[in-house]
Design a protein around this ligand. Structure first.
Ligand code: NAI
Length: 512
């Protein structure tokens, strides 16, 4: 098996020496206490690699997929001492890094700065000659992705995880473990973590596939490569992706229309928050078509039907964002015959599938489809592999829509509580109770809502629409996870003045 140097790296700050090599397609970084020791360690690694490459090394864990679930799980496993291999066919980081969370937040930051500059006069700051340069915005996005991609790689290296860049195919399971083919090589894993993620749903709408092929229709996979601003955009699907992209393109000057099948935007979001967001964006000029079904796409023209009648809207770019589905095929999963239900790889709250030793984390299980859920799911999978008993508390997972203002939610809404037959009360407080919010957000009309169990007054849900909501919501998730009552929450000291104080303020309203 040929082996070649891929370079040498010295981390002076940590006084730890690394040297990288490629052997049998596996990128391995060895760690040694001194520079001189690197060469000896490497020699050993080379011998080891050249023998194992053909025989097939048995790993404690093989991870398929290098997105948040995959890289976080692999790094944790490596740090915990499991001999771990991560197989990823593309660049590390997954949808989150390359065409999801990070590109959108990078773009949205530019839009926010632009909006602040445009609206600065009310704060006594006027700017002239403003220019929004989409090419530079996308170039910066690419830089941010590169920086964070290097971070993911370093995280895996530091955890001694082997990484192979190839498509991994499951070939079955025998007494030694799960057999995986990646490129020309074969590997065996005692445990296998499926972290293959999800793909956009492409509904069978006439003309949609042709539009995707021609590039007039884009999904999140293509939209972030735009180097110019389209004069107009139609968004099909008023969910999370649709709303964030509508917010972006509206802020930077495109004419935006959002077509949504349901009578509301934002899916399962608290209805009042969804309405506030809807009104906010309507005021800013976004055209929403609710209760509307797209019937055909013809070039730049999107045809639709709604209770008000049929119609069509034309746009330079059409964004398709009607949801994502778990990626379950094309990599040999069927050879293991795990339980699959409605296109989701079935797992318990510890990420265990119906096949012993086979785990799944992230979008592939279809439970929550958020990067931070993926992280937590990966953590409990590794814990289980090591004999632990951890579970994901799906009731305390925050969700954020990074519009301006942001919307952040965790736990039950009044609607979801009613569906479950939970007796709750809702406490609603205007964000104007927060000194910092009023000082910083001229004309802001955000709200904070708590959903509290009647009787023991346990906190069951927190819903915010306001700037900084994304940065506040994790604390609320923690409070719900720890089953805090509003009385206990009212005794927490929040720094003043902060927007987060609003949560305490709301809790105090429930006192007595
Ligand atoms: P989504 O499930 O959030 O929204 C899809 C929307 O499309 C729904 O409102 C649905 O009613 C609508 N829809 C479905 N078929 C339609 C049709 N034929 N015509 C018109 N509307 C239709 O899915 P989305 O926005 O594509 O996001 C995919 C995943 O990515 C989600 O799981 C989301 O949580 C995740 N994501 C999370 C982000 C965040 O946490 N900030 C950001 C972006 C995506």
């Amino acid at each position: 098996m040929p082996a070649s140097w891929a370079g040498e790296r010295i981390t002076v700050g940590e006084r730890v020496f690394f040297a990288g090599l490629l052997a049998g397609g596996v990128e391995r970084f060895v760690r040694a206490p001194s520079r001189r020791a690197v060469s000896d360690t490497l020699k050993n690694a080379l011998v080891f690699s050249s023998q194992e490459g053909t025989r097939g090394l048995v790993y404690d864990l093989i991870v398929l997929g290098g997105g948040p679930a995959g890289y976080h799980g692999a790094a944790l496993a490596g740090r915990k001492g499991l001999r771990t291999l991560l197989v990823e066919q593309n660049a590390l980081g997954g949808v989150c890094l390359h065409s999801g969370c990070i590109p959108s937040k990078t773009w949205l930051q530019s839009a926010k700065i632009y909006a602040h500059a445009q609206n600065g006069a009310v704060y006594g700051v006027s700017a002239e000659g403003l220019h929004f340069d989409q090419k530079r915005v996308t170039a910066r996005k690419n830089k941010v992705v590169r920086i964070l991609g290097a971070g993911v790689k370093a995280k895996l290296q530091n955890a001694n995880v082997d990484v192979v860049t190839a498509k991994g195919i499951i070939q079955g399971k025998d007494d030694a473990g799960f057999r995986i083919k990646a490129g020309a090589d074969h590997y065996t894993g005692k445990n296998l973590l499926i972290a293959t993620g999800s793909e956009p749903i492409i509904p069978p709408i006439p003309g949609l596939a042709a539009g995707l092929a021609a590039g007039t229709v884009k999904t999140n996979a293509e939209i972030f490569d735009l180097n110019h601003l389209p004069a107009s955009l139609v968004v099909i699907g008023g969910g999370v992706i649709g709303l964030e992209m509508a917010a972006y393109f509206n802020a930077v000057g495109s004419r935006v229309t959002v077509i949504e099948l349901q009578d509301r935007i934002g899916g399962t979001l608290d209805r009042e928050l969804a309405e506030l967001l809807y009104n906010n964006y309507r005021k800013k000029g976004v055209d929403f078509k609710l209760n509307t079904r797209v019937t055909a796409v013809d070039g730049h023209r999107v045809q639709f039907t709604s209770p008000a009648g049929d119609g069509a809207v034309e746009a330079e770019v059409i964004l398709l964002s009607v949801g994502r589905r778990p990626l379950l095929s094309g990599f040999g999963l069927e050879t293991l015959q795990p339980q699959i239900d409605h296109g989701r790889l079935v797992v318990d709250r510890s990420g265990r599938t119906s096949v012993p030793g086979l785990y799944a984390a992230g979008d592939v299980n279809g439970l929550s489809m958020l990067a931070h859920t993926a992280y937590r799911e990966a953590e409990v999978c590794i814990d289980r592999m090591l004999g632990g008993t951890e579970e994901v508390n799906y009731e305390a997972i925050p969700a954020v829509i990074y519009t301006d203002p942001e919307v952040a939610s965790v736990g039950e809404t009044a609607e979801s509580a009613a569906r479950k037959g939970l007796a709750v009360q809702t406490i609603k407080v205007s964000m104007r109770y927060s000194g910092r919010y009023v000082a910083e957000h001229e004309g802001g009309d955000g709200i904070c809502k708590l959903v509290v169990a009647r009787g023991d007054r346990r906190l069951l849900g927190v819903h915010l629409i306001a700037e900084y909501a994304s940065e506040l919501i994790y604390g609320a998730g923690f409070m719900i996870d720890r089953k805090l009552t509003t009385e206990e929450l009212g005794k927490v000291v929040f720094p003043h003045p902060t927007v987060g104080e609003i949560i305490k303020e709301a809790a105090l309203q429930n006192d007595g």
